[in-house]
Design a protein around this ligand. Structure first.
Ligand SMILES: C[S@@+](CC[C@H](N)C(=O)[O-])C[C@H]1O[C@@H](n2cnc3c(N)ncnc32)[C@H](O)[C@@H]1O
Length: 221
């Protein structure tokens, strides 16, 4: 099977469009709420950083931030964002299943709406990479897509399962869902992150109705 981690191509075009990137500037309150737990002066990886709406507040909180993404256009915006706000945000281009960082380097990894872009193999390689680059006791704050979401999408769109839990969706409007996305149950999610300790796991609806996501905070043992 050819590689399924193609969604960044869609995002690379989107981030070049000001009308789109302007809608992705406000940080999620849930991410801002983690600052107290994480503290200052920490090494943070924003994995799938987009246009930097989370990298910026971490850098402003005196953290050493690395913004990592496979979409070059988003990283270029993050460099500008850092300069405009007088903070340094290191940007690194690459794929999430091969992180170019040393073992045990980061104290916290955030990956908001990113690691489910691909099939099971890509996800497992990415989770292993997150585990490798996190220090023992380091935290991972992530989102994933629940099975419930694909069941609801199936009522509306032409959806095709290309491998277990990996779906592509055909709709009239341009969407990154034309690229493979991974959807799983809570049991499957906890099995995928079996080497971590769960602080919490919950399901939340994002801006649009039925846009359910798993949200979780876990620690490397
Ligand atoms: C939905 S956007 C979220 C961006 C950001 N986390 C936020 O919340 O604003 C998903 C991001 O993941 C990146 N991405 C998708 N697949 C990737 C891959 N295989 N490796 C690295 N980044 C990837 C995309 O380029 C895009 O910037």
């Amino acid at each position: 099977m050819s590689k399924t981690d193609t969604a960044y191509q869609y995002w690379n075009t989107e981030w070049d469009n000001k009308n789109v990137s302007e809608k992705w500037t406000e940080a999620e309150p849930e991410v801002l709420a983690t600052f107290e737990k994480i503290g200052k002066s920490k090494k943070i990886l924003d994995l799938g950083a987009g246009v930097g709406r989370h990298s910026l507040p971490f850098a402003q909180n005196d953290c050493e931030v690395t913004a990592f993404d496979a979409a070059e256009s988003g990283l270029a915006s993050i460099e500008q964002l850092g300069k405009k706000n007088g903070v340094f945000i290191k940007t690194v281009l690459g794929k999430m299943d091969q992180l170019p960082f040393a073992n045990d380097y980061f104290e916290h990894v955030l990956s908001w709406n990113t690691i489910y872009h691909g099939n099971h193999d890509i996800l497992i390689d990415t989770v292993n990479e997150i585990k490798r680059v996190l220090k023992p006791g380091g935290t991972f704050h992530g989102t994933m897509l629940p099975q419930r979401r694909i069941e609801l999408l199936k009522n509306e769109y032409d959806c095709k399962e290309i491998s277990k839990n990996t779906w592509i969706i055909n709709s009239d409007s341009e969407s990154d869902k034309a690229h493979p996305h991974y959807y799983c149950s809570a049991n499957e999610l906890t099995a995928i992150f079996k080497d971590f300790e769960f602080n919490w796991l919950t399901m939340k609806e994002h801006d649009t109705p039925n846009s359910w996501h798993w949200h979780f905070m876990i620690e490397k043992l």
